[in-house]
Write a protein that binds this ligand. Sequence first.
Ligand SMILES: NC(=O)c1ccc[n+]([C@@H]2O[C@H](COP(=O)([O-])OP(=O)(O)OC[C@H]3O[C@@H](n4cnc5c(N)ncnc54)[C@H](O)[C@@H]3O)[C@@H](O)[C@H]2O)c1
Length: 511
Amino acid sequence: MSAHGAIVLVGFMGAGKTTAAQRVGAERGLRVTDVDRVIESRGGATIAEIFARDGEPAFRALEEEVVCELLAGARQGEIVSLGGGAVTSERVRAALAEHLVVWLDVDPALAWRRAADSDRPLSRDRASFHARHAERLPLYARVADAVAPAHARVSFGRLHDAVEQLRHAPVATRLLWAVSGSAEYPVWIGRGLLGSGLWPLPRSPARRFCVTDEHVAALWLDAAGELDEVIVIAAGESSKSIEEAQRIWRELAQRGMTRADHLVALGGGVVGDLAGFCAATYQRGVPVVQVPTTLVAQVDSAYGGKTGVDLPEGKNYVGAYHHPAGVLVDPATLQTLPAQESSAGYAEVIKTAIIAGGTLWERIVADQPIDDGVIFDCAWCKLSIVATDERDEGRRQVLNLGHTVGHALETVTEYRRYSHGEAVGLGLLAALSLSGRGDLRARVAELLSAHGLPTRADGVDPAAVAAATQRDKKRLGGAVPFVLVDAPGAVRHGGEVAPHQLRSALAELCA
Ligand SMILES: NC(=O)c1ccc[n+]([C@@H]2O[C@H](COP(=O)([O-])OP(=O)(O)OC[C@H]3O[C@@H](n4cnc5c(N)ncnc54)[C@H](O)[C@@H]3O)[C@@H](O)[C@H]2O)c1
């Protein structure tokens, strides 16, 4: 990406690139170039006619020429929208390196519905349409500086402004655009973001109130940039309490926080959930910026707007949905993370990879290192699911894979014996047993073990765990619904599990 390049939209046919480019152009007063229109005017025919007349190879050659010529002259202040197949050219991909590339990621079923009604030459047969979509995904992912869902709710003007901020971000920073039923926000992921000055909210007149824990304060507070007030909590799950929330509310009030100000959650999932909850409730809601510093938080908890505290009766029993105004993920902060906490995060990575399937699962099952790309893909997987179901009423429940038993284990061991990640790893194994996927369970157990995570809940009473699952928040009266795995990438929620199946899976786990 060059600091002076244009913004270039890429994505599969039916993603809505033309409409998005026109909207951004109109909202932000930018010049818009639609490459397909230029090709049609050069070819003296519509794209469909050129395809029919000259064949796909000739069309691709013409497209490559036109795209490379247009990209060579495109500058900041211009939006260029490319055809869906342009990224298949190596020359085009090389030319894109000079620009800010935004991938509009469209669900193939939606793309098919949109494209099937058009005269697009490649939308005649559903199976080859889906195959083409799957082939191109890695190409879009490779060139993209930013990814946004091809969603009707996206505010393209705001997305544009967040993309523009990438020009001033540390090298290799990428942006995810989070969209859900009630909010949209930027998620920047890049080494060196902490203290880089990039921020989702205006500096003035807002004051930044930071909540962090004692460990993170000692290690990363100085690097975190300008913060006006800092409240430090004790590290660990026991701080996720209503008493600690009250202490923070009162500190905020005593230090004069108003609704013009915002809260910064600098730390792991405990800080994120607690500070997010305080932000949701203080003066009925102030903005929060999540700055996650653990692997758990960077791959999972910082996104999606769930905030809350624990009760002795159950984990996360009191809370609110409160989406962040933005998330800043600096993977460099993980360098000080104790090994045990990296392992805990690894459990969430495996969970997400099983849900996502595809290339993320392939990397994880091959035990490749957890790099910035894995963090990015995990975040995108979670955000894509939240985009379709903000309030856990359907698809979002798959994100609780391993959590029903995991939370029950945490509760019966009074949050002392297992970290959340360790409990989730054990819960995953139980979920795979309940899914009848012994083969997958065995491989996941190997991976968990290789990353220092327990694969048995030795000495824990299975009957107590079974009883604790009955208090799972997902239970709406009847039986507790489980998230079950048919295969990596094919995970379903609301699965019914007979009591004897649960007993046997827990007996295996606690043996
Ligand atoms: N809201 C959600 O969607 C969601 C999702 C998953 C988990 N969670 C919650 O997240 C919590 C667990 O989060 P966690 O695993 O991040 O735990 P945590 O916040 O307790 O952090 C773990 C430990 O790492 C330390 N730490 C944090 N960053 C560090 C760094 N960069 N270097 C050195 N030490 C560092 C912390 O001080 C703490 O001691 C649980 O309460 C869980 O319920 C929430």
